[in-house]
Structures are given as C-alpha cells and as structure tokens.
Design a protein around this ligand. Structure first.
Ligand code: PLP
Length: 389
C-alpha cells in the first residue's frame, strides 16, 4: 500500500471555498473523512489477529475526532493528561455500548493529579486505570485507593528498554505485589511502551516482548488481563510476535498518530494505506529574492522535530528553511514561489505536538468545510480540580 499525502493542495483549496477569506492563519485543519478512513484501516489491520487496538488520544485531543473512534466501535483508550482523561469521561456519558469505556491514564500520577481525580468523580460509564511506575509507586497508589471513593484499575508499567518510565521486568516479578492489592485497586495487566523502537527494529522489539511475555506468564495473567505495547512505529512488531498474541491475556497495541498521520509515520502510512488527515494552512507574509516566509513557525508547527519539519503541498521546487517562532522561511527559484498572501498547505512532521498548539480546528468532510471545534484537551491546567487556586 502507499500513503496518500495529496500531491496537490487543489482539493483542500476547493474545500475552503466560501470561508477561505475569513480563516486566519496559521490554522489547524482536520479532514474527518481521512481520519475515519485511517480508523477503519487500523481496525481492519487488527481484525483476524488476537490484538485489540487501544488508541492513544494525545494525538487528536478533540471530541470531534474521538467521536469518529467511538462511532467506529473503539471502546478502549489511552490518554496522558488529566484534560484528555476528562474529555474521554465527558464523551463516555453519551456512550451507548454495554460496557463502560475502558480508559488508561498512561502516565505516572502524582499525589496532586490523584487529588484532582478524587475531587471530580468520573462518570460510571468510564472505567479508569492508572499506571504503577514502580513497586514503591504501587504502594503509594494502594494507600491512596484505600481512601478514594472510586474503584480504579492498575497496570504495571514495565520498562522494556525505553528508560523513560516504568520498572524493568525483574522488578515486577514478586507475586506478593498482586496479592497485596486492596479491593479498590484491580490489577488489569502490563503496560510496556516501546516508543524507542523504529519500524526497522524488529529483532530488538521482539527481544523486549520476550521479557514482557515471560513476566506475564510468571504473574499468571488471565483472560481478564491485558498486555499493552507499541505506538505507530512498532505496532507491526507487536502484531508479528507470536507469544504476545498467544497468551491467556488480551494483547493490545496503542498507536494514536495513525488516526491523523504525519510525515514521521510514513512507514505505518504505507503499510495501512493511511490518508493524510491533519494539515496546517499558512499564508505567505513576506516575499524576498528567492525567498518567501510563511506564518507557521515553531509556535504553529511541531517545535520538537529536526528537519525536515514539514512538507509543502504542491510546491516541489521549494526548500524549507529553519523556522523561528512565527516564521517559516522557504527558498526557491523566484518564478516558482507563491505570492504574497497566498495560502500554502503544510503536512506536519509530527501531528501530536502540532495539534497541541491550537485552540481550535477547522474540519473538512467529504471535500467540504464541516465547521470548527475546540482542541478540547490542549495544554495543561494549573490547579488541582475543585481547589480553584
Ligand atoms: C505510552 C504511550 N502509548 C502510546 C503512544 C502512541 O504512540 P504514537 O504517537 O506513535 O502512535 C505513545 C506516544 O508517545 C505513548 O507515549
């Protein structure tokens, strides 16, 4: 399969007819038809495998896109921040499925974060699990859960070589870690995120999964438990690891970027035949000799990536320069440059950090303007919920 980053911005231009002159740039534009296509592509990829897809919603952060996931039948989600968790919890209220939404806050919680969780109870249609970063963090969670009014799930976060969070497999192997859990804290399984593996690192990924499988077996994981691994760059490794999918437990993979796709997910986009669903619309704000400058700098377009930062749609002769905060210089032959004020469409290298910088998104569906909506879970709140500073 090949990815479908459009070669020409023509269809995008057409879809904004009628509103283009009112759109301030830089603007975050999401093609909901493309997102729905990508969701279907991932669901087809896991159908016929033992694995279930638990998308991470840190990429999209928007109710409108999460509703596409819900409409497609996705019921398990990962999130990283409290606003993402609250967004999922709000959407759970309208969830008509038999089981509650299964939400994993896949980030180690601090005491302040847990106070927020306590102060604003979650809806009964949300079943929320937390990560235990280490056995001592698990003891902290245990003490807290004994006073919490709600019931929680817990996954042991296993460091499978990324050295970011979690504890290596040997640190989780003591059976008393399970038997000491109180009734309000239910063991749900293992979480081993391998974000350091590229799509070419199959052997490395498989050796990490071997140790995860060994741990899952030694802890006696059952049908009610899950072993969760992998984002966009390594889910194929996980799906091809036989023992991960052959245990008593439920295998899960959690790519999230594939919902929108970006330049960095090109291998997954090719494997799944993804369509590009996120764009930044920019305008030319300055013209010089052999140079124009677009209005999407590092405050409008993935500040965390090294070049190439983006792809310009329909301008093959132009070369991206180094972005500064509000400026993206682009060079090329004078007769091949866009004119002052011209709209230029950009595909970001990293969708997640691009989306997070916008308050609102403009939506397209079936090649036409389909309204706007907030990026509900962008940014970080300041105060513990219910304490108002
Ligand atoms: C814990 C965790 N799970 C899943 C993902 C999803 O990965 P991706 O954005 O590559 O789809 C991430 C990404 O950072 C993550 O940190």
């Amino acid at each position: 399969m090949t990815s479908t980053v459009p070669e020409s911005p023509h269809a995008l231009h057409e879809s904004l007819q009628g509103v283009k002159s009112r759109v301030l740039t830089p603007a975050l534009v999401i093609d909901l038809s493309a997102a729905a296509h990508n969701i279907g592509a991932m669901q087809r990829r896991v159908s016929g495998t033992p694995a279930v897809w638990r998308p991470h919603i840190k990429t999209v952060k928007q109710a409108r896109v999460i509703r596409e996931l819900l409409a497609a039948g996705v019921q398990r989600f990962k999130c990283a921040t409290l606003p993402e968790l609250r967004l999922l919890d709000t959407l759970a209220r309208d969830h008509t499925g038999h089981d509650p939404l299964d939400i994993l806050l896949a980030y180690p919680t601090t005491a302040a974060a847990r106070a927020s969780l306590d102060n604003t109870p979650l809806h009964p249609k949300s079943r929320v699990s937390l990560l235990a970063d280490s056995p001592s963090h698990l003891r902290e969670l245990t003490r807290w859960s004994q006073q919490s009014q709600s019931a929680w799930g817990v996954f042991f976060d296993v460091d499978v070589g990324m050295h970011r969070t979690g504890t290596p497999p040997a640190g989780w192997s003591a059976p008393e870690l399970l038997t000491a859990l109180p009734p309000g804290l239910t063991f749900r399984g293992l979480h081993g995120y391998d974000g350091h593996h590229r799509s070419t690192d199959r052997a490395l990924a498989h050796s990490a999964y071997n140790s995860l499988v060994e741990l899952a077996r030694s802890l006696g994981l059952q049908r009610t438990h899950a072993v969760i691994t992998s984002g966009t760059h390594s889910y194929e490794h996980a799906l091809s690891h036989e023992a991960l999918g052959a245990g008593q437990w439920q295998q899960e993979v959690s790519p999230g970027t594939i919902v929108l796709s970006d330049l960095r997910s090109a291998p997954a986009a090719e494997q799944l035949g993804l369509r590009q669903a996120v764009f930044v619309a920019t305008r030319v704000v300055s013209v010089g000799a052999g140079r124009v400058t677009l209005d999407a700098g590092s405050k409008g377009l993935n500040p965390d990536v090294r070049p190439p930062h983006a792809q310009l749609l329909g301008w093959p002769d132009l070369t991206l320069g180094t972005p500064s905060e509000e400026h993206l210089p682009v060079t090329g032959p004078d007769d091949a440059l866009p004119g002052l004020g011209e709209l230029v469409w950009i595909v970001p290298a990293h969708a997640c950090t691009t989306v997070n910088m916008y308050n609102d998104a403009l939506y397209l569906r079936d090649g036409a303007y389909a309204g706007t909506g907030p990026v509900d879970a962008a940014g970080h709140p300041l105060w513990v919920e219910g304490t108002d500073g």
